[in-house]
Design a protein around this ligand. Structure first.
Ligand code: DX5
Ligand code: ZN
Length: 224
């Protein structure tokens, strides 16, 4: 099943509550929240206080993408703020097993994210500990960047690895997703699609989410 996760990084932060209600009414399946620390990535965004505020107005699950290093000390606060799923970066933690277990202990679904240049083979030992793999298709830090084409091949191989293991893991792709390329990304095997600028730059969120979903479904159909 195709899931669309609007990234609020490209929303109008002065009207954040309204923006979240609008994308939910427009068909969002998750609200993707990008947390940046100015250290792991060269940008600063939001923390647990804002997540708590978002939780009060949102109905869909909060999909937190933590770009923080070190990350462990912050996980309980984000869980308590109302995260449903927390993804951490492989590159941001020394003891990945500990970090993934900590997310689970805090009552959240568990995600692990890989930067474009990080090989998927590094996840081999921990795949059974996660509910989601996030493949970054831009270098994290900013919205509005272009999709890196070689990530398509990673998505294919990641989907194959998940299938071989017989695991029910979501495969989320994050960065540079548009109406025009979502088909190719879905055909490669992704099932959760983050879209920030593609959605929030438009006036009609429902039309854009509908087009994203339709194009992804059309491309995914032959695989089933
Ligand atoms: C990048 C973030 C993405 C980003 C997506 O560091 O993780 O979620 O906001 O934005 P677009 O869809 O504009 O590439
Ligand atoms: Zn993200």
């Amino acid at each position: 099943m195709i899931k669309i996760a609007p990234s609020i990084l490209s929303a109008d932060f002065a009207r954040l509550g309204e923006e979240i209600r609008s994308v939910e009414a427009a068909g969002a399946d998750y609200i993707h929240v990008d947390v940046m620390d100015g250290h792991f990535v060269p940008n600063l965004t939001i923390g647990p206080v804002v997540v708590e505020g978002i939780r009060k107005v949102s109905r869909q699950p909060l999909d937190l993408h933590l770009m923080i290093a070190p990350v462990d000390a912050h996980i309980p606060a984000f869980a308590q703020a109302g995260a449903h799923l927390i993804s951490v970066h492989y590159e941001a933690t020394t003891h990945l097993d500990r970090t993934l277990n900590l997310i689970r202990e805090q009552g959240c679904r568990v995600g692990v994210a890989l930067n474009p240049a990080t090989p998927i083979s590094l996840l081999g030992e921990v795949l059974h500990l996660v509910d989601r793999v996030v493949l970054m298709s831009v270098n994290p830090g900013f919205g509005g960047q272009s999709f890196i084409p070689y990530v398509l091949q990673k998505i294919r191989r990641m989907r194959e690895m998940i299938r071989e293991r017989g695991l029910a893991i979501e495969l989320e792709v994050d960065g540079g997703i548009k109406v025009t390329n979502i088909g190719a990304i879905a055909a490669a095997g992704a099932d959760v699609f983050v879209a920030g600028s593609a959605i929030f730059s438009q006036t009609d969120y429902a039309m854009t989410i509908h087009q994203l979903r339709t194009n992804a479904e059309a491309a995914q159909a032959p695989l089933q």
